[in-house]
Write a protein that binds this ligand. Structure first.
Ligand code: TYD
Ligand code: MG
Length: 458
């Protein structure tokens, strides 16, 4: 039998060394080497063929057949239409955001349809989970079908999985589990990676959906190596500001559907509730007719969502003006401020700029440029953008307003929510008039025109 020996592997790039190093020579990461058992080397010569043989594409059965709903329209959408056998989903988010609640609600539904399901908890006791389940009103068939296990060593869990044959598994959280194969503490890079690999294999072999819960570090990345994200099919992030009741679930990777889909939930006394109309929620506290406040129809995946962008521009008391932006990329804001300064002669260099997307939403698309630019101009000039107007368009460095993807979808959402006018790129105005019933479209070619139309005379 071949002898196993230990090696040191960089947890970021995978470089293998026989001795521990402080810094990886390949990827320059510090303190990334961890001890591992090296797999015994295969005997020289041609290895035996694997027991499963290659199959033709035509022989593989269709995939959409075994989609199952999780009982939540929002979660289904983010997953790309529900769960399927063999799917490995990583659910990341800050502690306390509601990951365990979401998982328990999802399992409650899956268990009521197709029991049993298995909840592996390394963080909470069975009693705590029971308490939560009763708050969530998970009872009857749902409660009978959920099996809880608070063991955290993989080798001791797997025999139970064989016996129970669960139809879905939740691992909460992956940072608390360990395998005896590697010799380091739970939560370390090696353990997280190795446990993820073992759990994923389990999901694929048994053709069951598997959810891995993961904590997020201060810097916003999932704790554990980036590698874990590559090892799973779908990565979901659960976000939201603590002070606000609602939460946004976002897909950042999805082998089975589109990314950038979002699901919106509200945390209530009875667990997470789906928000059917997020636009109305995000706009519900909007101050009407205030300078600096504008509404932008954004697109999150396939779904149009209206958000309020607020700007506050005030003369700076500092030698270096402050630029603070929440929810919009700060580079984008600086760019738009520069365009306003150069192309419209608006003096922003002596001003502090604060920008905020109300409700803790993150806007990542350039389609919100026109909104950001008008919010800045509106606050600086103390002139109001009419509260029944939405703004849409990307702004280029020459001050031109460019078209954005799917304008008709966004404008339809604005019309549905009672908006009456939209300032849009010229091309969208020509093409989108039909879709936007009851919405007056004002096409603009340059930012200057948009400001004239949006801010009027003051
Ligand atoms: P939890 O799911 O434990 O978060 P995570 O697993 O991401 O750490 O949820 C945490 C918060 O949610 C907790 O502060 C309590 C709150 N909560 C409610 O407001 N209502 C509820 O019905 C439940 C179960 C939790
Ligand atoms: Mg939890």
């Amino acid at each position: 039998m071949a002898k196993t020996k230990t090696v040191y592997r960089c947890q970021e790039c995978g470089r293998v060394e026989l001795k521990w190093l402080g810094q990886c020579p390949t990827c320059q990461t510090w303190d990334s080497f961890a001890q591992e058992l090296e797999e015994p080397r295969a005997k020289p010569g041609l290895p035996a063929p694997s027991p499963s043989k290659p199959v033709s594409l035509a022989e593989v059965s269709g995939m959409d057949g075994d989609r199952r709903t999780t009982g939540s329209v929002e979660l289904d959408r983010v997953l790309g239409g529900g769960v399927r056998g063999g799917m490995v989903v990583l659910v990341g988010g800050d502690p306390g955001i509601g990951k365990s609640t979401l998982m328990l609600q999802c399992l409650g539904h899956l268990a009521s349809v197709d029991p049993p399901v298995l909840y592996l908890s390394g963080e909470e006791s069975a009693r705590q989970l029971k308490l939560r389940a009763s708050r969530l009103k998970i009872g009857g068939k749902g409660a009978e079908g959920i099996l809880l296990h608070t063991e955290t060593t993989l080798e001791r869990i797997l025999p139970w999985v064989d016996q129970i044959r669960p139809k879905a598994v939740v691992v909460d959280s992956i940072q608390t589990f360990q395998t005896e194969r590697v010799n380091s503490a739970p939560g370390s890079l090696v353990q997280v990676r190795e446990s993820t690999a073992r759990f994923s294999r389990l999901a694929k072999e048994r053709n069951i959906p598997l959810f891995l819960v993961g904590h997020v570090t201060k810097s916003g990345a999932l704790a554990g190596p980036k590698m874990v994200e590559h090892m799973v099919d779908t990565v979901l992030y659960f976000e939201g500001r603590e002070s606000q009741g609602y939460r946004i679930l976002r897909a950042v990777k999805n082998r089975f559907g589109s990314t950038n889909e979002i699901g919106v939930f509200e945390m209530t006394g009875l667990g997470l509730r789906e928000v059917e109309n997020p636009s109305a929620l995000f706009l519900s506290e909007r101050p009407l007719d205030q300078p600096g406040s504008v509404v932008v129809p954004c697109l999150e995946g396939t779904r149009p969502i209206l958000v309020e962008i607020q700007a506050l521009v005030t003369p700076t008391p500092f030698s270096q003006p402050k630029r603070t932006s929440l929810g919009v990329d700060s580079g984008r804001v600086s760019l738009l401020a520069a365009v306003l300064e150069k192309k419209l002669g608006l003096s922003l260099s002596g001003q502090d700029i604060y920008l905020n997307v109300a409700g803790g939403v993150r806007v990542v698309e350039p389609g919100a440029d026109l909104g950001v630019a008008l919010a800045l101009a509106s606050s600086l000039l103390d002139r109001v953008v009419d509260s029944k107007t939405v703004l849409l368009g990307e702004v280029g460095l020459a001050g031109e307003v460019r078209n954005v993807p799917r304008p008709e979808l966004r404008l339809a959402e604005a019309a549905k929510l009672g908006f009456e006018r939209a300032i849009v790129p010229q091309r969208a105005a020509r093409g989108g008039a039909k879709a936007a019933k009851g919405l007056e479209l004002m096409g603009v070619e340059y930012l200057k025109e948009a400001i004239r139309k949006g801010l009027g005379k003051g």
